[in-house]
Design a protein around this ligand. Structure first.
Ligand SMILES: Nc1ncnc2c1ncn2[C@@H]1O[C@H](COP(=O)(O)OP(=O)(O)OP(=O)(O)O)[C@@H](O)[C@H]1O
Length: 300
């Protein structure tokens, strides 16, 4: 991303109300060209509602949304440049797999090889089968194939790996990384936080219609301490200061400097000739940030 490049998506003080329920409140974010931006959050946080507006499927109550510098309502300009993988697929059950891909090709105006996109998701063997005959995971893979048909510049992936086995997940993520290498911008929503942790450049964490945190994984996780856990044998001396007792002989050290505190602990154990049982040192994970936000009374 170079200085001065305009963002692919620009959302400024977006609000959405359903009747008198405010589902999205003053939400602002940008997604830059080539980024993988993950919009994460609790159930009912407003992610789908936000994406529906950005995708041009729903009008905002107030605020500004720009996609490629245009209103998402400007469908003729914006839609051919986007691939959208929704949570629920809308294929006609009577079409074959290959016909479904071709149909999407015609609707988007993009061109590609049906064989290529079915190859990405290992569905070439099912090209002649009707959609109604596919398993749930195979339908999801077909969803992905039609979404990336023609290598769109902007790709929305809403829970893309739900129902997929591990091989299919790996294949899907390899395809996403290839699309990014080719310059596509990706917006992801998922409840699989480890996937966001691994693949997202930046994350927006939503709860009850607003962002509770936004930034890179490193920026979000450094707000919470990492954890060192260990247990001591019955005859061991008292543990070093800073270790909180969890149960009889188990201890927890919470730290913002994992490396230094782990070294202190190992030095203490060596000096006292103590074996640290079940020792684990875990950096802060996105799950921890997520849980902290869900339980934060300020965010309720
Ligand atoms: N058409 C609608 N009419 C009224 N309320 C709605 C409508 N669609 C969504 N909502 C409400 O708006 C809130 C946000 O819903 P949304 O589907 O955007 O959340 P989400 O973050 O995508 O949730 P999830 O992770 O559960 O899919 C929820 O409280 C939901 O019940």
């Amino acid at each position: 991303m170079s200085a001065g490049t305009s963002p692919v998506i620009e959302v400024d003080r977006l609000n959405l109300t359903y009747g008198d329920f405010q589902a999205v409140k003053d939400l602002s974010f940008r997604v830059e060209q080539g980024e993988l931006y993950a919009l994460l959050g609790t159930n009912g946080a407003g992610k789908t509602s936000t994406l529906e507006i950005v995708e041009g499927h729903r009008d905002a109550s107030s605020g500004t949304v720009r996609v490629f510098g245009r209103s998402p309502g400007d469908r003729r300009a914006v839609r051919p440049r986007m691939g959208i993988m929704l949570q629920e697929s809308g294929f006609s059950p009577d079409l074959t797999v290959a016909e479904s891909v071709r149909l999407i090709g015609r609707l988007t105006g993009r061109s590609d090889s049906v064989e290529r996109v079915l190859g990405i998701v290992d569905l070439n063997g099912k090209a002649g089968n009707r959609v109604s005959q596919l398993s749930g995971g195979e339908k999801r893979r077909l969803d992905f194939a039609t979404t990336v048909y023609g290598r769109p510049e902007l790709i929305f992936l809403d829970e893309p790996t739900t129902g997929l086995d591990i091989q299919s997940r790996d294949a899907l993520w390899a395809a996403v990384e290839q699309l990014r290498a080719d310059g596509s911008t990706i917006v992801l929503t998922t409840h699989y936080l480890e996937e966001a942790q691994q693949h997202a450049d930046r994350i927006g964490l939503m709860h009850r219609g607003t962002f509770r945190a936004q930034g890179t994984v490193a920026e979000l996780t450094r707000t919470l301490p990492a954890a060192i856990q260990f247990a001591l044998p019955p005859d061991a001396p008292a543990p070093p200061a800073g270790a909180a007792a969890l149960s009889d002989q188990s201890y927890l050290v919470e730290t913002f400097d994992l490396q230094t505190d782990l070294k202190h602990l190992l030095d203490w154990a060596a000096a006292h000739r103590v074996e640290l049982l079940g020792l684990s040192a875990a950096p802060t994970r996105l799950d921890d940030v997520f849980r902290a936000i869900e339980t934060d009374p300020v965010s309720s």
